[in-house]
Design a protein around this ligand. Structure first.
Ligand code: HEM
Length: 231
């Protein structure tokens, strides 16, 4: 067989690509997870302007909408949409291939632990997806907001959280974000190879501190409005 014929046969019979492997999809999950985690942290810090009053928060929102001649927010939106889509795709396809490949007889305890973590990730991820859609309709487009004023982020924020059911849903979503982030940071440090027992305490503490910080501050926003601290 000539070299050309051999390479054609080789191309037809190619081995699975990087994204076909579970390691490849885990890397996609980890990279997009870091991007989303970075956004959530910066967003949480940006919303601290609400504690400084209407002018500070509206100034900040205006900056987001006008940076790089108004292009910045669209670049940001494209990156976020891509990250969310890839993250969800990798999660779904890993779940499906894990299910297909699950061995029948391995130890019950191992199976229980793995299933609890992945089940938590799945339902907290789904609730977060629903939350993000609601959140965009609530505070970005105003479609489900009782008194939305375009360009007045502070007014939308305060009047939005004055509705107790809405504030409660935000709090519930932040608790799901906490579970999701905690497991996410934990698995990410595992993907990085920090699996030695010596690092486990450090990994656990790192995941816990980050999660409590982001979730605690995010929950403080609806609570501050409901208690009248921000009005
Ligand atoms: C209690 C917690 C949160 C508060 C108070 C909050 C507040 C806000 C506000 C006021 C806006 C509108 C800014 C503007 O355009 O004027 C916004 C937009 C947004 N938020 Fe949040 N947010 C919270 C949590 C989250 C979380 C957990 C996520 C993601 C998981 C998220 C994702 C977004 C996105 C994607 C936008 C749209 C940005 C754009 O215009 O494209 N937010 N948020």
């Amino acid at each position: 067989m000539s070299v050309a014929e051999q390479s054609i046969v080789g191309a037809e019979d190619r081995s699975p690509g990087f994204l076909d492997s579970s390691v490849g999809r885990k890397v996609v999950m980890a990279i997009t997870g870091v991007v989303l985690f970075g956004f959530v942290t910066v967003h949480m810090l940006g919303n601290l302007t609400s504690y400084m009053g209407a002018e500070a928060m509206n100034h900040y929102a205006e900056f987001l909408h006008t940076m790089i001649h108004g292009m910045g927010i669209w670049v940001f939106r494209a990156v976020m949409l891509t990250a969310v889509a890839l993250h969800s795709w990798a999660a779904l396809s890993l779940t499906l291939s894990n299910r297909a490949a699950r061995p029948v007889g391995y130890r019950a305890q191992q199976r229980q632990a793995a299933t609890w973590a992945s089940r938590t990730m799945r339902w907290s991820g789904v609730i977060l997806g629903i939350f993000i859609i609601f959140h965009l309709l609530h505070l970005t487009t105003g479609s489900v907001h009782p008194s939305f004023i375009k360009g007045d982020a502070y007014h939308n924020f305060v009047t939005g959280f004055q509705v107790p059911a809405v504030a409660a849903f935000y709090i519930l979503a932040q608790l799901c974000l906490g579970l999701h982030m905690w497991h996410g940071v934990w698995s990410f440090t595992q993907t990085l190879g920090l699996v030695h027992p010596r690092y486990n305490g450090l990994r656990r503490n790192f995941a816990t501190v980050l999660t409590i910080l982001v979730v605690g501050v995010n929950i403080s926003y609806p609570v501050a409005v409901l208690t009248g601290f921000i009005h």
